[in-house]
Design a protein around this ligand. Structure first.
Ligand code: SAH
Length: 220
């Protein structure tokens, strides 16, 4: 099974998803649209979700976790202002879909997942689909990935009370962090831009993510 085998069966669904759910709602970054037209969401969603893999909703991936709605994946990816040379850290690998979308755009993706079974399954899919620029670590991602720092961009795909301090330290000088920040039950997407010693924050769409659990997240 390779990416190209899968592209044939689901490419119409992906095209429709991109046109109706993303472009009509204002997503315009060409690299993001191209990646989401190509990346096989149905593989990451798993066989039980195949029929709704390209629907306008989040999907259950087991272990009480979810893959975000396609629109949320697109908005977060667009807010990161990615370039081809970026090294990106993701906290919350989950199914691996967001990491795969990122990896189609950037040089390297380092992704951290606390639930071993999810990390192992995502790793297997990256190998099968020949995504060769993604590394998965099983750990508490709120402390980051020191050996791989600094990162050009950081994305947190679980709801955080605030941006964990170690992640800010591991962000490069002109780096960007995108994360759902708020309380355990509702958040807004926060975009944080580091500009030397200054930090600029802006809040974007409201959202609901599963909680970020760990040392600098919520208690489990
Ligand atoms: N990005 C994923 C969806 C993430 S769901 C995708 O595309 O499918 C949120 C994930 O964050 C869950 O898998 C959860 O186990 C993980 N998570 C929560 N707290 C974490 C932590 N401290 N470190 C790493 N992963 C964490």
């Amino acid at each position: 099974m390779t990416l190209d085998d899968n592209r044939d069966n689901f490419s119409d669904k992906r095209e429709e998803m991109v046109n109706i759910q993303l472009i009509r709602r204002g997503v315009s970054d060409d690299a993001v649209l191209r990646a989401m037209r190509h990346c096989p969401r149905h593989i990451f969603a798993g066989p039980a979700n195949e029929g709704r893999a390209y629907a306008d909703m989040a999907l259950d991936i087991g272990q009480h976790q979810t893959i975000s709605q396609p629109y949320m994946v697109a908005v977060m990816t667009e807010l990161l202002e990615l370039s081809k040379t970026d090294k990106v850290l993701e906290i919350g690998t989950g199914s691996g879909y967001q990491a795969a979308v990122l990896s189609e755009i950037v040089l390297r993706v380092c992704t951290v997942e606390r639930i071993e079974a999810l990390a192992i399954e995502a790793r297997r899919k990256f190998t099968d689909l020949e995504y060769r620029n993604i590394d998965v670590k099983i750990a508490d991602g709120t402390i980051g990935w020191l050996e791989e720092a600094p990162f050009d961009k950081i994305i947190i795909t679980a709801a955080a009370p605030d941006i964990p301090a170690p992640l800010l330290e591991q962000l490069g000088q002109r780096g960007i962090v995108v994360a759902p920040v708020g309380d355990r039950h509702s958040q807004s997407l926060l975009k944080l831009v580091k500009d030397g010693s200054q930090i600029h924050k802006s809040y974007h769409v409201p959202c609901v993510f599963v909680p970020l659990l760990g040392k600098y997240g919520w208690d489990s």
